[in-house]
Design a protein around this ligand. Structure first.
Ligand SMILES: [Zn+2]
Length: 247
């Protein structure tokens, strides 16, 4: 049952037939694991907390740095030097004190049992990391737990998003990035990033997660590529026509 207070709090999204009371109850009972609490993860977590996702598991081993503040808008100057999961947890509880936040100051992929638990408990995992190596770890662990996940990436003025189902029938991350060799060096440390571009991708991820939690199917196995200069979004299926062969 949704309380009167929550009915008012979430009324604008409950009004949507795509969410409705049933969807809000599912969102309220859901757990989402957010891997990485930087530009993508901090914004995704804010949007999920605002929407009333009942339980968020945050995983990140970084501290807040001054070069984060232009885009990681959940953080404040007073958070400089503080672990991101701790600073973010405080912000999220300030936004919505009725949800549960687990802050894990660790790098996903370093602790097999902890990562497996955070994946198993999640209805969906959000990738907000910035490396191929981390995404390959997410692919491996979510596959073992049959948990769906949403990949997101942003550099310069470009973004990418893809969602992978628990059974990977429509394709998996290995279909689009077979190797974890991160030799490209393409990340926002050396390529740069415009804050709103990363927020666009974060909003997509949050929107996908909420619709999924409310009971909707996603366009699984579809890579969406955003070009912020031309306001253009291209879509392509990650798996070859024969389907995914990475079992
Ligand atoms: Zn595959």
């Amino acid at each position: 049952m949704i309380s009167d207070g929550d009915l008012e709090r979430y009324s604008r999204q409950i009004l949507l037939p795509e969410i409705d009371l049933h969807g809000q109850q599912r969102i309220d009972q859901a757990t989402v694991t957010v891997v990485g609490c930087g530009g993508l993860g901090s914004m995704v977590a804010l949007m999920l907390a605002g929407a009333g996702v009942g339980r968020l598991i945050l995983i990140d081993d970084d501290v807040v740095e001054v070069s984060n503040l232009h885009r990681q808008l959940a953080f404040r100057e007073s958070d400089l030097g503080v672990e991101k999961v701790v600073a973010l947890r405080d912000q999220l509880l300030g936004l919505n004190s009725s949800i549960e936040i687990h802050a894990t100051p660790a790098r996903f992929g370093d602790n097999a049992s902890q990562d497996a638990l955070a994946t198993r408990e999640a209805d969906i995992v959000v990738d907000a990391t910035d490396s191929l190596t981390a995404r390959h770890a997410i692919e491996r662990i979510t596959r073992a737990e049959s948990t769906p996940w949403i990949m997101g990436a942003a550099t310069r003025l470009h973004g990418q998003l893809a969602a992978f189902s628990g059974d990977r029938r429509e394709g998996c991350y290995l279909c689009m990035a077979p190797s974890s060799d991160d030799a490209s060096g393409f990340d926002c440390r050396n390529e740069g990033i415009l804050g709103p571009v990363v927020t666009v991708v974060a909003a997509w991820q949050a929107q996908h997660a909420l619709l999924f939690l409310a009971g909707h199917d996603l366009e699984w196995g579809q890579l969406n590529v955003y070009d912020a200069v031309r306001y253009r979004i291209d879509h392509l299926q990650v798996a070859s026509p024969g389907g995914c062969h990475h079992s």
